[in-house]
Design a protein around this ligand. Structure first.
Ligand code: C2E
Ligand code: MG
Ligand code: MG
Ligand code: MG
Length: 286
């Protein structure tokens, strides 16, 4: 770059920055109102056991129906919620709503499965997180073993703190998954010490399984490692039959992805669930 080009870039960039800052501030203010005005909702995506075909769980994913912008995806608003601290309140709403929904599914006669929610860094650092979750379980009547919490490798950077926090959460009786596994920097020597029940292989490794030998090697290795550490393993972002075949051959236990369904509303999930069961029965009769 020449100095002139740099100056030009700078001049163009500044007003855009302040536009962005204005945008951000507006989103932030809108978000403060969103909880009260019921603009948040959850969508659910199933996790399927690759051996039996059974649904072992669903992941709850947050959506914001903004009055002017329409549906805002989480990567656009969760970082802001995290910075402003609003994430604690929103996150608690997510846990309560997901637990109440899972209890309602059980009461309606669906075979029980786990509902997982994603925790943010700030939530993970709430000193009374375990108590809050216990209170939500009491309130909704859901047994702790039907709840999963997804954390990321970045949350385990402070080893002692992570260990203590996870221990308290395990005391409540919920399941712990390490999400987006392989993209962070978690140390293998600590991984074995943490009370983690499941590794979720990041979808970036799954995406190019058919074309990229390195990704295939990474997926196989994570699956084998999880087995040796007595953890379950889920592949995220499965979109094709070929990926599924590979994962089965590598003894990966579970898969989640558009191959089965995109994340959908609670009602649409129940409809999908019954169709999935029918497909399975049709397969086993053949
Ligand atoms: P995540 O926890 O790794 O969730 C999986 C993401 O992958 C979801 O994106 C899902 O829609 C997407 N996905 C699932 N299957 C496929 C597939 O086959 N192909 C592709 N291309 N994508 C697939 P989503 O819903 O946009 O969420 C993005 C991230 O936002 C989540 O990643 C999670 O880190 C965060 N997030 C979502 N809901 C919450 C929440 O309630 N609280 C917190 N703290 N974070 C959340
Ligand atoms: Mg997740
Ligand atoms: Mg993930
Ligand atoms: Mg991911």
């Amino acid at each position: 770059y020449s100095a002139k080009a740099e100056r030009n870039t700078y001049r163009i960039y500044t007003p855009r920055m302040s536009d962005q800052a204005r945008e951000r501030l507006k989103l932030e203010n809108d978000m403060r109102r969103a909880l009260e005005e019921n603009q948040f909702y959850l969508v659910y995506q199933p996790l399927v056991d690759l051996h039996s075909g059974n649904v072992t769980g669903v992941e709850a994913l947050l959506r914001w129906e903004h009055p002017e912008r329409g549906v805002v995806p989480p990567h656009l608003f969760i970082p802001i919620a995290e910075e402003t601290g609003l994430i604690n309140e929103i996150g608690e709403w997510v846990i309560r709503t997901a637990c109440a929904q899972n209890k309602a599914w059980q009461d309606a006669g669906l075979p029980p499965f786990i509902v997982s929610v994603n925790l943010s860094m700030r939530q993970f650092h709430q000193h009374d997180l375990a108590d809050r979750i216990r209170a939500i379980l009491d309130e909704t009547g859901l047994e702790p073993r039907w709840v999963g919490l997804e954390i990321t490798e970045s949350m385990t950077a402070d080893v002692e703190f992570a260990y203590e926090t996870l221990r308290k959460l395990k005391e409540v009786g919920v399941q712990i998954s390490l999400d987006d596994f392989g993209t962070g920097y978690s140390s293998l020597s600590y991984l074995k010490r943490y009370p983690i029940d499941k590794l979720k292989i990041d979808r970036s490794f799954v995406a190019d399984l058919d074309r990229d030998g390195n990704d295939a090697a990474i997926v196989s290795t994570i699956a084998a490692m999880a087995r040796h550490l007595n953890m379950r393993v889920t592949a995220e972002g499965v979109e094709s039959e070929e990926q599924l075949r590979f994962l089965r051959a590598e003894l990966c236990e579970e898969a989640q992805g558009f191959y089965y369904t995109r994340p959908v509303t609670a009602d649409a999930f129940v409809k999908w669930y019954h169709e999935h069961r029918q497909d399975q029965e049709a397969c086993s009769e053949r």
